[in-house]
Write a protein that binds this ligand. Structure first.
Ligand code: SAM
Ligand code: SF4
Length: 343
């Protein structure tokens, strides 16, 4: 295929927007606003992480500029993530600014919930419509072991604050590891049902080196999770989507949807609509590959040149790979951690 002949962008929501070589339309940007975090989840980080010095990460103004460029190119959904986005000073104000971008349909946030009790109401006011909150266990000792330093009661208070704040939707994210928390699948779903919120179960992805467990050993496939759930609940298939990689079911007789994010057992690349901006300003075209463009270099070499930035973004679409190829048996090929990538 002659990739230079492919129309890549017309700009603005009226045109076709950002289209990659495989005809997929990219309308969703995930932005990691920091690689830092107040937790050290065993599947995400190693115990002693080195974080980027401040000068190497994008300023909040640079993040706003990149977001505006993407929205100008037809992106209508932005997720703010990290690291833990709420540890970055000015995060709520940034969300407020992004919430005002004309053309942005959905502004969402992924958080570990440690600071939600204080910030849930402000996030709602800032224009955040939906929150994803990570929760892998309902047992305080396990929660501590999985996050290494986390406090379950703090996160539970954060979830309650988010429920009270009245977001359009709340969703829990649970990474399930065999022998660490796989026996809690139905309990976690029950918790979501009690709160009237959704939950997604995620298969662990081999991103970055982690110490303390072997990813091949800890793999717990979505099909096993589904069987565990069906021992307690009736799951009704639904075609509903939130524009992300989850496949959804509804728990019969409840308001709760259950999603499965199955990078190993169910490849979701065919309808991939998203790209990621790392905290360092690298535009990453695929979670499971290293294809990227250094947007920080463009921003800092040509401050204020929005057209040049948009051109760099549009051209980057030619680089988006067809699919990821995660291999649990191999040592991680992708050396960056999920926290640097923006999960
Ligand atoms: N700190 C926030 C949080 O934990 O929600 C946002 C960033 S975190 C990297 C985003 C999501 O990625 C979380 O739901 C987390 O559980 C998930 N995650 C992190 N490392 C992962 C891995 N190796 N495989 C699968 N999911 C992972
Ligand atoms: Fe931090 Fe989120 Fe990674 Fe856990 S998953 S270490 S909370 S960035």
């Amino acid at each position: 295929m002659n990739i230079s002949a492919i129309p890549i962008a017309r700009g603005g929501a009226a045109g076709p927007g950002l289209i990659d070589r495989f005809g997929r339309r990219v309308n969703y940007l995930r932005i990691s606003i920091t690689d830092r975090c107040d937790l050290r989840c065993v599947y995400c980080m190693s115990e002693d992480m080195e974080f980027l010095p401040r000068a190497r990460i994008l300023t909040l103004e640079e993040i706003r500029t990149v977001a505006a460029a993407f929205v100008g190119l037809g992106v209508d959904k932005i997720r703010i993530t990290g690291g833990e986005p709420l540890v970055r000073k000015g995060a709520v104000e940034l969300l407020g600014e992004l919430g005002k971008l004309a053309g942005l349909r959905e502004l969402v946030l992924t958080t570990n919930g440690m600071r939600l009790e204080q910030s849930a109401a402000d996030l709602k006011t800032a224009g955040v419509r939906r929150l994803n909150i990570s929760l892998d266990s309902l047992r305080p000792d396990r929660f501590r072991a999985l996050t290494r330093v986390g406090d379950l009661s703090t996160v539970l208070r954060g979830i309650d604050a988010a429920v009270s704040a009245g977001f359009d939707r709340l969703k829990l994210n649970a990474v399930i590891l065999k022998h660490r928390n796989h026996d809690e699948v139905a309990d976690l779903a029950g918790f979501a049902v009690d709160k009237g919120i959704d939950i997604s179960f995620i298969e662990e992805m081999p991103l970055g080196r982690v110490d303390g467990h072997d990813r091949k050993e800890s793999h717990y496939p979505s099909e096993a999770i589904r069987a565990d759930l069906e021992s307690r609940y009736s799951l009704l298939p639904t075609t509903e989507t939130t524009g992300g990689p989850s496949r959804y079911f509804r728990i019969a007789g409840t308001a709760t949807r259950v999603g499965f994010i199955s990078p190993h057992s169910h490849n979701f690349c065919g309808n991939c609509n998203r790209v990621r901006l790392t905290a360092e300003g690298r535009l990453l075209l695929c979670l499971g590959n290293e294809h990227s463009v250094d947007l920080k270099r463009v921003l800092r070499a040509h401050p204020g040149d929005m057209e040049r930035l948009k051109k760099a973004i549009a051209e980057a679409m030619r680089m988006k790979p067809e699919r990821h190829d995660f291999d649990l048996a191999a040592q991680p090929v992708i050396l960056r951690h999920m926290s640097a990538t923006g999960g």
